[in-house]
Write a protein that binds this ligand. Structure first.
Ligand code: SF4
Length: 325
């Protein structure tokens, strides 16, 4: 069977509601460059069949910045590295509410509260719960959280507060993890995802590519994501941060990024697949190609430690390529 016929056969399986096998996923990820456009086109058709033309637009609020106790080598917020990133503690609920109102006015459907710590202390968790209550009362936007490791009690509390989705990334393949973080394990990350799922929270998980992992390791991460079947996958592309061990890391080729997004779509036809950090910096087109190769979500108006496109610019880009924000 030629490559195009194989891609089509996999697409037919997905349309028929059958999961493609890990062998199929491996073959798709290794499709020759000359067939990459066919792979991307079929992934896009799957996206539109399962999710239509709607793009999930999200904004983030980094509610606690920098001096994290963990040593993730890609992260500008780790206390282990001298990156010069500014530092602040939890802001007042009023401050977060006004930013959430602005995000909603700018077209964001979800608002994710992210904190740079290993896990929330009891006191900080209470403060975050208060912030969520205030957003619920005063804004009316879907609240998501990324607060590090959670206990079952904390996860249940977030669910009770109406938090829709919990973000906790796997970061990279299990076989690569010990190289990029020594202060916690891959299993720790899986445990928090299981706790969030058990509490009834939707899952958002993914990772960061371009850390020097091999294509096989990107497949490994992709298959683990498929096993977890999250409602949302979030993929960051490394932007090397001066002062971190990965500051000189070579850029990932664009074709590798397209391959990965496309194959994730074959494995997770119904999920939101979001292009996250690195979209504007590492892609020449701010993600236009990926939004037509399997992705159907973006983060707009900046990231945790990096600026991003203004929301208006991103909404125009979505409209320009015939999709809907
Ligand atoms: S990625 Fe998260 S856990 Fe790791 S150092 Fe950065 S803020 Fe801390």
């Amino acid at each position: 069977m030629d490559n195009v016929a194989f891609i089509k056969e996999c697409q037919e399986k997905v349309f028929a509601g059958t999961h493609i096998s890990s062998e199929d996923a491996e073959k798709l990820l290794n499709i020759p460059d000359e067939n990459l456009k066919d792979l991307a086109k079929c992934a896009n058709e799957i996206t539109q069949d399962f999710n239509g033309k709607k793009i999930d637009v999200e904004q983030l609020n980094n509610i606690k910045k920098n001096a994290c106790s963990e040593d993730c080598t890609f992260c500008g917020q780790s206390a282990f590295f001298d990156t010069g990133v500014d530092t602040y503690q939890l802001p007042s609920p009023e401050e977060v509410v006004s930013k959430a109102i602005k995000a909603k006015e700018e077209g964001a459907e979800s608002y994710c509260l992210v904190a740079a710590w290993r896990e929330p202390s009891t006191k900080d968790f209470e403060k975050v719960c208060n912030i969520i209550e205030q957003i619920n009362q005063k804004v009316g936007i879907s609240v998501e959280c990324s607060l590090g490791f959670l206990t079952p009690i904390q996860a249940t509390k977030l669910k009770e507060l109406g938090v829709k989705r919990y973000n906790h990334n796997l970061e990279t393949a299990k076989s690569k993890f010990a190289e990029i973080c020594t202060t916690h394990t891959y299993e720790d990350r899986l445990k928090t995802l299981a706790i969030a799922r058990k509490a009834g929270l939707e899952l958002c998980t993914g990772g960061i590519i371009g850390l020097g992992e091999t294509r096989e390791q990107r497949l490994e991460l992709t298959l683990e994501l498929a096993r977890l079947y999250p409602e949302e996958v979030t993929i960051n592309i490394l932007v090397p941060v001066p002062g971190t061990p990965l500051e000189l890391q070579a850029e990932l080729k664009n074709s590798e990024i397209v391959r990965m997004f496309a194959v994730i779509r074959f494995l997770l036809p119904e999920s939101v697949i979001k292009i996250s950090g690195g979209r504007e910096t590492m892609l020449n087109d701010s993600g236009e190609e990926l939004l037509q190769s399997g992705a159907n979500g973006i983060i707009t108006a900046g990231y945790l430690t990096m600026e991003g496109n203004e929301a208006e610019k991103d909404l125009k880009m979505i409209e320009k390529i015939g999709l809907q924000a």
